[in-house]
Design a protein around this ligand. Structure first.
Ligand code: HEM
Length: 428
């Protein structure tokens, strides 16, 4: 796609199977379509890869009143939440898990993704799940299995008939198993529902349905709640875990960056307490490192496909109503004019001459416009608190006799880092 952008310009059309898609490259094209013409570019085409959602919830919703209501509701709920408390509880459990490893190797991605799954799980259902709860285990296993198989899947959004091939059916079965596992937890949860108590976002959405029924008629129903639980669980757990796993791979590969990060944390936070969100303004190098981790291995190289709900005129082109649109975020983060030597990991790119974090307009890992990530207000503190707490408390190293894999990821629903094990020693 990057080569095509050089050859054909920042807006070009690709015919993939039976689908015609306009690919947007570079910050200006993505901003001018997704943000400046957001009301015309935020529809959602039918996506076979998300068949398990049965067209329900915000991910599948076209750009309409029900979508806007659900998005607004989720964003408002997350913004009012004490996310720091939710995250801290889970980070405690993660620290304990790592301490119990006693210096023995463990799979960093699995450990972190159990935590991020539990954070979003607790937000949805009001309490964390025990790691040995069979329903929770089934959920995590089904989810990981589906993500693993999804590297073969994106093409099937464009060639729907491939769903009948055996490997594609396997993926479909894996997502169905994941959806079933979420539904089992949801059905159990629903039995304890009380109209006057809010145990989590799921209850809040159910209150909303009841209130709408009384007033103006529901814009969304219980199947949307199901779809949203599946979507939020899936987006909320693995994306953050993927960024943090890439982060650990980079810190192990660039020990000088890791040492500088630890020194800044030691100096600002000290040894008697843990990092908190309030420390962020005093930790410019740490914040820059997190930004560089996201730039260097953007876990969402492409947007979820959008659909033009009106004709769109942009940069001299006419994109007809109904056309599928996709943003190529990779084209922003690997643009060598903006980021010289873009494949090098250099947190100092995000630090200005006065030592402060640089504001870079085109740095949009959560996208922009009406379909930008609704989980941003959770993802940012999660990444900050998990990474800083771990690096502040432990020294990580590669197990003896092992070498780190090259930073080449696996493209699927999320751009995942290659697998690697780490050992951790308490720092103090
Ligand atoms: C580092 C973590 C994350 C990154 C980098 C990220 C990035 C993104 C991006 C790029 C999109 C696509 C925007 C588009 O198509 O225009 C997206 C969509 C979405 N994200 Fe995130 N995300 C992250 C974490 C989360 C979390 C924690 C949640 C849930 C709490 C979440 C929920 C969603 C949902 C529901 C959508 C679909 C929105 C829609 O269809 O309108 N994400 N995210």
């Amino acid at each position: 796609m990057m080569k095509w952008a050089k050859k054909y310009g920042n807006i070009f059309t690709v015919k993939m199977g039976t689908t015609t898609t306009v690919i947007l490259n570079g910050y200006e094209a993505i901003r001018d379509v997704f943000q400046r013409q957001g009301a015309s570019s935020s529809g959602r085409p039918h996506l076979p890869a998300f068949g398990f959602l049965r067209g329900k919830g915000i991910l599948c919703a076209d750009y309409n009143k029900a979508f806007k209501r659900q998005r607004e509701f989720i964003i408002k709920y997350l913004s009012k939440l004490d996310v720091e408390k939710h995250i801290e509880d889970e980070v405690d459990a993660l620290m304990q898990y790592i301490r119990h490893k006693n210096g023995q190797p463990f799979d960093f991605n699995s450990a972190v993704s159990a935590s991020t799954s539990n954070i979003i799980g607790a937000i949805l259902f009001g309490s964390r799940q025990e790691y040995d709860d069979p329903d929770f285990q089934a959920l995590i296993n089904a989810y990981h299995h589906a993500i693993k198989l999804s590297s073969q899947a994106s093409i099937q959004n464009f060639l729907p008939f491939l769903w009948f091939l055996p490997q594609c059916r396997k993926l479909s079965i894996a997502w169905e198993a994941f959806a079933e596992a979420v539904n089992r937890i949801l059905e159990k949860h629903k039995k304890g529902y009380r109209p006057l108590a809010t145990r989590g976002l799921t209850d809040a959405m159910m209150h909303q349905i009841n209130m709408n029924d009384l007033n103006e008629g529901s814009l969304f129903d219980f199947d949307d709640v199901k779809g949203n639980c599946q979507t939020l669980y899936a987006s909320g757990s693995e994306r953050v875990a993927a960024v943090l796993t890439w982060g650990m791979l980079f810190l192990l590969s660039y020990p000088d960056v890791c040492n500088k990060l630890q020194s800044e944390l030691d100096e600002v936070v000290g040894k008697s307490r843990r990092p908190t969100l309030d420390d962020r303004p005093n930790l410019p190098f740490t914040c820059a490192t997190l930004m560089e981790i996201q730039r260097c291995n953007n876990t969402s190289p492409f947007s979820v496909p959008h659909k033009a709900t009106q004709d769109i005129r942009v940069h001299g082109y006419l994109i007809p109503k109904g056309t599928q649109l996709m943003a190529n975020y990779w084209s922003i983060f690997m643009n060598e004019t903006v980021w010289p030597n873009p494949y090098d990991f250099q947190p100092m790119r995000f630090i200005d001459d006065r030592g402060n974090v640089k504001k870079v307009e085109g740095f949009i890992p959560f996208s922009l416009g009406k379909r930008s990530c609704p989980g941003e207000s959770l993802a940012r503190p999660e990444m900050f608190l998990i990474l800083t707490t771990l690096v502040h408390a432990f020294t990580f190293h590669v197990p003896d006799g092992e070498v780190l894999p090259a930073p080449v990821g696996i493209t699927g629903a999320v751009y995942m880092s290659p697998k690697f094990a780490v050992c951790a020693r308490p720092k103090n």
